[in-house]
Design a protein. Structure first.
Length: 166
């Protein structure tokens, strides 16, 4: 009698394995919570590397090498394949490293009494902006941050098989 109730229903006519659901050919990967650490290496070494990169950006900014934030971002993007940092970690860290490096260099020049503040006033006046040195310095730091983020993007894009959305 139970066979009569199944007539006409889906899956009732199984001829061998034709009607059976397909067997899973792969084991599903484990799902980890997002707060679980996914990077390699001790955090202290990564922090020391960030401090060293900030110092390198500051020193080379004083030397006139304006392109180093891009190279720092590129190096972080290439190292990200090994480190497995998430975007929400790498984006702010590269922005802080490059921005703090340039801000430190410009702050050092202003503290030493060099005419960077007067130059910033003149640039703001010529650009038609309010005459504030801090505005021009903030734009300069923002440009350095954008350079670093462009280098990060390129470094992550150059890696073959790298999954950029995590």
């Amino acid at each position: 009698m139970s066979d009569l109730r199944r007539l006409g229903k889906r899956g009732s006519y199984r001829l061998g394995r034709l009607g059976a659901p397909p067997a899973a050919s792969y084991a599903p990967s484990p799902n980890y919570p997002s707060f679980a650490p996914g990077h390699r290496g001790p955090g202290v070494l990564w922090l020391l590397g960030a401090v060293a990169a900030t110092g390198a950006v500051a020193v080379t900014a004083l030397a006139g090498w304006w392109f180093l934030p891009f190279l720092v971002g590129l190096a972080v993007g290439l190292a990200d394949r090994w480190a497995r940092w998430r975007w929400r970690v790498t984006l702010p860290s590269v922005a802080v490293i490059t921005g703090a490096g340039w801000a430190g260099a410009l702050g050092w020049l202003v503290v030493r009494g060099l005419p960077e503040r007067a130059v910033a006033h003149e640039i703001a006046a010529l650009a038609g902006l309010p005459v504030h040195a801090s505005l021009v310095i903030a734009v300069t730091v923002l440009v350095a941050m954008i350079e670093g983020l462009a280098g990060l993007w390129l470094g992550r894009a150059l890696l073959p098989g790298h999954v950029s959305v995590r």
